[in-house]
Design a protein around this ligand. Structure first.
Ligand code: SF4
Length: 232
């Protein structure tokens, strides 16, 4: 078989081309059938093949997200860091540990895709800026994919908007001038959305300056997450 392929030359015969195009049609027919059977799996496969900003991604495309149609809670964060890029597991870092502590979820519950969907604003590691910080999520990503993914997650009741990029995208003009103001107005965004600060190490100082966050927002967040993940 290898010999036949090697001996065929670049152009190939008309019969071979016809055969190839028929088998392409069969393969793409299978893909269409699979996508029709499970549209979310089909879309996730499309996302994983995305190369839209390949030219500017320093480590290349590696979309990191998780979703299943049964999920009730959606977490929209920023973009993977280098560690998450390498493991392919979202929030698999100290920020994730802090977020799980706020939610009062262990790793098993947090990574249970039947209950929790994790869809960041940018699916691939975007690189670093001149001062060594992570660049913002790629702007191409959310407009390309979020509405299509969200349409296939019909059971989501609450979306956690983690950080200013997610808040700006999902709340639009309803986002306030600062992160503290937006998170402070959390009651007004329920029941659909709940804004949170990004739980990076820098947030420790923010939490100290805004003690109402741990006193009021975190208990309400835990109660809502617990209700969503424990009721049918
Ligand atoms: S960041 Fe998003 S749009 Fe860009 S290559 Fe990755 S999946 Fe595609």
């Amino acid at each position: 078989m290898t010999t036949a392929v090697l001996g065929r030359g670049k152009a190939g015969t008309a019969a071979e081309k016809t055969k190839e195009s028929m088998s392409d049609r069969v393969l793409s027919g299978h893909a269409v059938t699979a996508a029709a059977r499970d549209p979310l799996a089909g879309l996730l496969a499309e996302v994983r093949a995305c190369r839209a900003c390949e030219a500017v991604l320093p480590l290349g495309p590696r979309p990191v997200l998780r979703a299943a149609a049964a999920a009730r809670l959606l977490i929209v964060g920023q973009a993977p860091g280098t560690r998450v890029h390498h493991t392919g597991v979202p929030w698999d870092d100290p920020s994730g540990d802090r977020l799980r502590a706020w939610l009062d979820l262990d790793r098993d519950a947090f990574y249970d895709t039947a209950r929790v969907a994790i869809v960041p604003m940018g699916f691939c590691y975007p690189g670093r800026d001149k001062s060594g910080g992570d660049l913002p999520p790629r702007q191409e990503c959310a407009p390309l994919w979020h509405a299509r993914l969200r349409a296939l997650l019909p059971r989501i009741e609450l979306t956690l908007l983690v950080g200013r990029y997610a808040q700006a995208y999902y709340l639009g003009k309803r986002a306030r001038a600062s992160l503290a103001e937006t998170v402070g107005a959390w009651r007004g965004y329920l029941p659909e959305h709940l804004p949170l600060p990004h739980p990076s190490w820098r947030t420790r100082a923010w939490v100290k300056r805004n003690p109402w966050f741990e006193a009021e927002v975190v208990p309400a967040l835990r109660a809502e997450v617990h209700r969503l993940l424990t009721t049918p």
